[in-house]
Design a protein around this ligand. Structure first.
Ligand code: NAP
Ligand code: BGC
Ligand code: ZN
Length: 355
């Protein structure tokens, strides 16, 4: 079957022929419909994140997918059912305590592999297999958009952590600030728009006309240009934020988030930056966190309950939004174009098939 993979020692993906996998007991064969590309895929290609499956010379890319069950292999799923796969799997043959208690997203390094990212083949191939416990069934309405459930699920977990961390006192957030206008930032903004926040803001570093600014404003949020208003000054220029969701991967934002927060506010960091050494006033940062009861959290990955919530969130997104976010759809043969980036690109998709 055809697969898009990165080979050891190379930095560009290739379309290659690989054996079609056979599902083990408890697993099904899925025919791939669409696979999305995000910032993490580019980090994998650059070699700054993730890694190859131990015994293979290549890794099939892709972790945001929607597919259709092609061989139910005696499981509870039925052929024709649309499914969205989660990303983490146990390393090796067995399981471990994180997977056993349904919290693979909380597993430390060494206790998981990530399909398409770290140590396991992804979903950018005509078929893939997966144990059914890692597949979230979705209706046929999601055939074109369902791959967005994975990135939204990462934002769902971030929001869950934010609320949980503020659950010991009366927290009635009014303001939310999403840092980043890439796909994760825009999907996070779409998520917070569906929650109780009265005023929302989204950070970028682009000038109008720009498709991401159009989306931000059509969602009813205020666009903040970091070249004019650094994150640390947003409180003075606009207002202090009850919730900040960082999705830029720009390491200074981790610290500037503390300045942007209102007393009792919470910032969740999602970005995965490369190493970068810079100066921070640690005393001021420490004091602000303590004296104003602020919280700063990191969040990675997500699991089935987050995917299920993301499915509901996506169902409530208007068509204009998914149409505007999914800017480019490519055939697997057009993979060079698929991995290009540009200001008019938001979410790029490789389409292996249709329902
Ligand atoms: P992306 O496409 O690289 O988007 C990042 C966006 O942030 C870009 O639009 C970029 O603007 C903007 N940005 C960067 N620095 C900025 C600055 N100083 N001021 C204003 N805007 C700035 O990546 P993505 O797919 O949306 O993902 C975002 C980050 O989250 C990545 O680091 C990714 O690895 C990470 N991630 C983490 C998780 C998790 O589970 N924690 C899940 C998914 C992704 P321009 O486009 O104008 O350059
Ligand atoms: C994926 C997550 C993954 C994270 C770290 C993100 O792009 O969506 O599932 O855990 O990267 O590798
Ligand atoms: Zn991702």
């Amino acid at each position: 079957m055809r697969a898009i993979a990165i080979h050891r020692g190379e930095s560009q993906p290739r379309l290659c022929e690989v054996p079609r996998p056979d599902p083990d007991t408890g697993a099904v064969l899925v025919r791939t419909l669409r696979v999305g590309i995000d910032g993490t895929d580019h980090e994998v290609l650059a070699g700054s994140h993730g890694g190859f499956p131990e015994d293979d010379s290549y890794q099939i890319l892709g972790h945001e997918a929607i597919g259709v069950v092609a061989d139910a292999n005696g499981t509870e799923l039925t052929e024709g059912q649309l499914v969205v796969p989660t990303v983490r799997r146990p390393p090796g043959a067995g399981s471990n305590e994180y997977f056993d208690r349904g919290e693979p997203d909380m597993a430390p390094a060494g206790e998981y592999v990530e399909r398409g990212i770290a140590g396991a083949h992804g979903y950018m191939s005509e078929f893939f297999t997966s144990a059914t416990e890692f597949l979230v069934p979705v209706s046929t309405a999601f055939a074109k958009t369902g791959f967005l459930i994975e990135p939204i699920s990462n934002s769902e977990k971030a929001l869950e952590l934010a609320y949980t961390s503020r659950s010991s006192f009366e927290w009635s957030p009014e303001t939310a600030f999403v840092l980043g206008n890439g796909p994760l930032g825009l999907l996070s903004l779409a998520l917070v728009q569906q929650h109780e926040f009265e005023r929302t803001y989204c950070l970028g570093r682009r000038s109008r006309p720009d498709p991401t600014i159009d989306i931000i404003e059509r969602l009813g949020a205020t666009y903040v240009d970091s070249r004019e208003t650094p994150v640390s000054e947003v409180g003075a220029v606009h207002e202090q934020m009850d919730f900040v969701c960082e999705a830029t991967g720009y390491a200074r934002h981790a610290f500037e988030t503390v300045d942007a927060l209102a007393p009792g506010g919470v910032g969740v960091l999602l970005g995965i930056p490369s190493d970068w050494t810079f100066e921070v006033d640690g005393g001021q940062l420490h004091r602000a966190l303590v004296l104003e009861n602020k919280a700063l959290l990191g969040s990675v990955n997500s699991h089935v309950p987050h995917f299920e919530r993301a499915r509901d969130t996506l169902a409530d997104c208007p068509d204009w939004l998914t149409d505007a976010i999914i800017t480019d759809v490519f055939d697997p043969t057009e993979l060079d174009a698929a991995f290009e980036t540009g200001p008019d690109r938001i979410k790029t998709v490789v389409e292996f098939g249709t329902r």
